[in-house]
Design a protein around this ligand. Sequence first.
Ligand SMILES: [Zn+2]
Ligand SMILES: [Zn+2]
Length: 256
Amino acid sequence: MLKFCSLFSSSSANCLLVYDETTKILIDCGSSLKRTSAALLSIGIDVGDINAILVTHEHTDHTSGIVTTSNKHSIPVYANSPTFNAITGNEKIKNIKIISTDEFDIGTLHITPFKIPHDAACPFGYVIKSGSSQLTIATDLGYVDRAILKFFTGSDFAFVESNHDIQMLLNGPYTYPLKRRILSDFGHLSNKACSDLVCHLASCGVKKFMLGHLSESNNTPSLALSTTVDSLKFNNIAVSSISVAPKEEISEIITI
Ligand SMILES: [Zn+2]
Ligand SMILES: [Zn+2]
């Protein structure tokens, strides 16, 4: 049985925890060792018991704590070669495992990486399976196409990005080039794009959702949640659970 929770999720720090009875992994490590350890301890997990850190891409909101956390506790870092080369301070990471889109195992977890469109060296989403439990994680992506949708097939839970409200972004403080980058095919999913994705996935059998990687400047948790919930209601689609990952607090633990 898989369990999932978000330790940090926003445009400034991202770290997710996936575990079963015997294996515990972090997806990204975008906050300090001190804060990551404290978040894990709040649910009774010692950071030294983490078996691996999987990296989605090199942006600092996903990697700023990786060197210290990995080296201090001898935790292997799994990343593809372009991502590893683009991580700041990568030469200091002592235990690196180079991966591709080939499936692999970490302990009792079966991992399937897949490519996503984002302005990074080689960004990945992940499908993670333990026994008959399966989840899919995809944040930091400019769009979703059929090739990506197939990696949600068979998953009971999806952690997906609901980055910004388009009107808030257009009227907000960001520079025009940054607004263009976020709205581009290599940027981030808007609340509307997220709601379309969730409706599609829910009608294809995904039952539980958590929305994450919200922009602090161009979104609010209530707006992100209501956009998708309203769309589900409008389309008469039921889900078992849907919530928003808090920015700096640990989320509820989802059992999959
Ligand atoms: Zn990010
Ligand atoms: Zn990014």
